[in-house]
Design a protein around this ligand. Structure first.
Ligand code: ADP
Length: 222
């Protein structure tokens, strides 16, 4: 199991996926302009976040910060008992907040524990604001720790019930706005656990991180 550790440098960037035509251009007009250097800082990877050798991984925690099911349970099991010891010193966190611990036995150096909202259809605007805060504060914590690579689990989209399509728009938009101003984060890896979630990310990512239009431009440069 531990032999399957993956580094962000082993994972193709969005820029590489565009150049190999693995991701099609968006059908709708992109919401943001093309920026190839940003595309070189984004990856989508289907796998187990506990195997990712990033500078920081983001855990979908609950407000106790003392572990739980899903990705939280997997992270605590893989990091070992010292993680819980450190979490017990943190005093919990509010929804939308993020607190950082060491990675202990994980290949990742640090863990950002962010508390996603339990999705409320009746108060979806508040859920959206809180989920945006999870991504924003995780990126801020990563920047404060010196930046580098950060791997996100798909916050709130498991037991907490956030619809994956809506959550993906929030993840990508918050990241796009943050990276436009930040120079410290070299790679954001969206870690998706299912083929379905991977498909969602791949279909929405061109709206926020579009590729330079066209294979035809390659033809003109010949
Ligand atoms: P939440 O309570 O915030 O909804 P969950 O852990 O239930 O958190 O689910 C969040 C996402 O994490 C889901 O997409 C789930 O499939 C995914 N997930 C579960 N285990 C792992 C893992 N080991 N690595 C990456 N993602 C995982």
């Amino acid at each position: 199991m531990s032999s399957s550790v993956v580094s962000p440098s082993d994972i193709p960037t969005l820029a590489q996926l565009y150049s190999s035509n693995d991701i099609p251009s968006p059908e709708d007009k992109p919401k943001y302009p093309v920026d190839d250097s940003l595309n070189g800082r984004i990856s989508i990877w289907r796998g187990d976040i506990t195997k990712l050798k990033a500078d920081m991984i983001v855990n979908a925690a609950n407000s106790s910060l003392l572990g739980g099911g899903g990705v939280d349970g997997a992270i605590h099991r893989a990091a070992g008992p010292e993680l819980l010891d450190e979490c017990e010193t943190l005093g919990g966190a509010k929804t939308g907040e993020t607190k950082v611990t060491k990675g202990y036995e994980l290949p990742a150096a640090r863990i950002a524990h962010t508390v996603g909202p339990i999705y409320s259809k009746l108060n979806s605007a508040r859920s959206a604001q809180q989920l945006g805060s999870c991504y924003q504060t995780s990126l801020e914590r990563c920047n404060e720790c010196g930046g580098g690579s950060i791997g996100f689990s798909s916050i709130s989209t498991g037991v907490y019930g956030y619809p994956i399509i809506d959550a993906t728009h929030i993840a990508l938009e918050t990241t796009r706005k943050f990276l436009e101003k930040d120079k410290s984060i070299s790679r954001v890896v969206y870690v998706v656990f299912s083929a379905k979630d991977e498909k969602v990310y791949r279909s929405i990512v061109p709206e926020y991180f579009p590729g330079s239009t066209s294979s035809s431009s390659t033809a003109y440069t010949m």
